[in-house]
Design a binder for this molecule. Structure first.
Ligand code: 4AD
Ligand code: MG
Length: 460
């Protein structure tokens, strides 16, 4: 007897031995003398058909099996006579592990994404969400594979920090103070009495830690959860999301853009190659243009363009945008999508953004107005990667921090890295959920996260 999974059965060639398979009933159909059970074990999109003969001693019980019930089946793998599947299992035993009552919310019909969000604990049992979360798992693996194959070292950056890397103030505080009796000193909260003896928060980015390790190990990356208390309810922002952040010593902006393009292409090509069945579902039911979008991202050469030139293109576009465009303003998603979907019809890397809309750590360009920043924009999503060459010159970094009113005492260790053997270095952050939206065509970030966290929503 081989304990197996459906995805293994599909790969097996003529292996006609006894199998044990466990899963959940999708449907039951009774016929004269036997019952057909479609079961799914979550290992792949396909179900396996079980034929339960009336000779089975618990046949009357089997005929009560409802959608969502759990079963354990032993039997012989036989070639299927019906269409649709190669193998089916002629059951020798069907053990009913548990029966689901008919209040099981996932009946055999299409449910809306909005409804499924309200039952996020059950939605991975649907075809669509099962596929989405299998792809999520595959892509996480592909990320590690990409970097490992290229000699990058994986760094675990802290989740609780005392710094605000992006300087946007979108921090979730971490405290053990009694919120009903907050200790005060001269009118303000006395964080000296808090757990860490000072203010602490959840990390918005692992970058600062990754920089320290790039300046020791060369090429490194982090891949973990990050947290932003942005109070914006958009379809591409979550309060908790995962970011992939490579950081490379001895690497300038161009080398950084090269890696960003290579990574984005690699990951989309990986999904096309390795997730065929699951991808097919999205191409069929979610986004008709998915495959051409993916192939475009995986195989076309990306446009590279300074921010100022992008502004000119947007200015003369004659398109009515909701948000106005002018030099010095950040691009909105509608602008990013115009450039990638309408104008260039492929991914675009914008670089050299005005310094005033970018964080303190980005390297100042010779014009004193722009910094060596770069964003990768892709069709249907907009920004998927944000990165930069870092300011490695101590004096310029210090004056940037002064300009922005940042405390040099808080960042003493970050400044130290510019004192001792400073070198040019660069890195970027790839939003893992944005990547998943790109490869599945799912248009709301909430639907690529197992248990999404957004403003006013933290059930489950
Ligand atoms: O552009 P961002 O803010 O860059 C950084 O955090 C840098 N420290 C990264 C680095 O250079 N190491 O964020 C990077 C990416 C964005 O391009 C976007 O894909 C994603 O992270 N992202 C979000 N994804 C989901 N929800 C949010 N609220 C996000 N904010 C950023
Ligand atoms: Mg950004």
């Amino acid at each position: 007897m081989v304990r197996t999974k459906i995805f293994k059965l599909l790969q097996s060639e003529g292996l006609l031995e006894k199998v044990l398979i466990k899963g959940w009933v999708r449907t039951r159909r009774d016929s004269k003398g036997f019952s057909f059970l479609e079961i799914n074990d979550g290992s792949c999109l396909k179900n396996v058909q079980i034929i339960a003969d009336e000779e089975l001693n618990n046949y009357e019980e089997i005929k009560k099996l409802s959608t969502g019930s759990a079963v354990s089946v032993t039997g012989e793998l036989v070639e299927s006579k019906g269409g649709g599947q190669k193998w089916e299992i002629q059951a020798e035993t069907v053990e009913i592990i548990s029966l689901a009552p008919d209040t099981y919310p996932l009946q055999k019909k299409r449910h809306s994404d909005e409804f499924l969000r309200t039952i996020a604990h059950l939605r991975p049992r649907t075809n669509k969400y099962g596929a989405a979360f299998r792809i999520r798992s595959e892509l996480a693996f592909a990320i590690h594979k990409f970097f490992r194959d290229r000699g990058f070292k994986y760094i675990h950056s802290p989740i609780i920090t005392s710094s605000d890397c992006e300087g946007a103030g979108e921090l979730f505080k971490v405290t053990t103070l009694d919120l009903n009796h907050v200790p005060k000193r001269s009118g303000a909260t006395d964080f000296v009495q808090d757990f860490f003896g000072r203010e602490a928060n959840l990390s918005v980015s692992g970058q600062l830690a990754a920089e320290m390790f790039a300046l020791a190990l060369g090429d490194v990356y982090t891949f973990g959860p990050t947290f932003r208390a942005e109070n914006s309810n958009t379809r591409r922002h979550a309060a908790e999301f995962w970011m992939v952040e490579p950081e490379m010593a001895f690497c300038n902006l161009e080398c950084n853009m090269d890696l960003a393009e290579e990574l984005t292409k690699y990951l989309t090509a990986y999904v096309i190659e390795e997730c065929k069945d699951d991808l097919e579902l999205f191409a069929k039911f979610v986004d008709k243009d998915l495959m051409s979008n993916l192939e475009n991202t995986a195989f076309s050469e990306y446009i590279r363009l300074p921010y100022s030139e992008a502004m000119e293109i947007l200015n003369i576009s004659n398109k009515k945008f909701e948000y106005e465009i002018s030099f010095g303003k950040d691009l909105q998603s509608e602008h990013e999508r115009y450039l990638t979907e309408k104008y260039f019809k492929r991914p675009v890397i914008l670089f050299d953004y005005p310094k005033d809309i970018k964080p303190f750590y980005m390297r100042l360009n010779q014009d004193n107005k722009t910094v060596a920043a770069m964003d990768v924009l892709v069709p249907s999503i907009g920004e998927i990667i944000g990165g930069s060459q870092r300011e490695e010159r101590l004096d310029i970094l210090v004056s940037r921090m002064d300009e922005l009113g940042l405390s040099k005492d808080d960042y003493w260790w970050y400044l130290d890295a510019r004192k001792y053997g400073t070198v040019e270095h660069s890195g970027f952050g790839l939003g893992f959920e944005r990547l998943l939206m790109l490869v599945t065509g799912i248009s709301n970030i909430r639907d690529v996260i197992p248990f999404p966290r957004t403003p006013k929503s933290i059930d489950f």
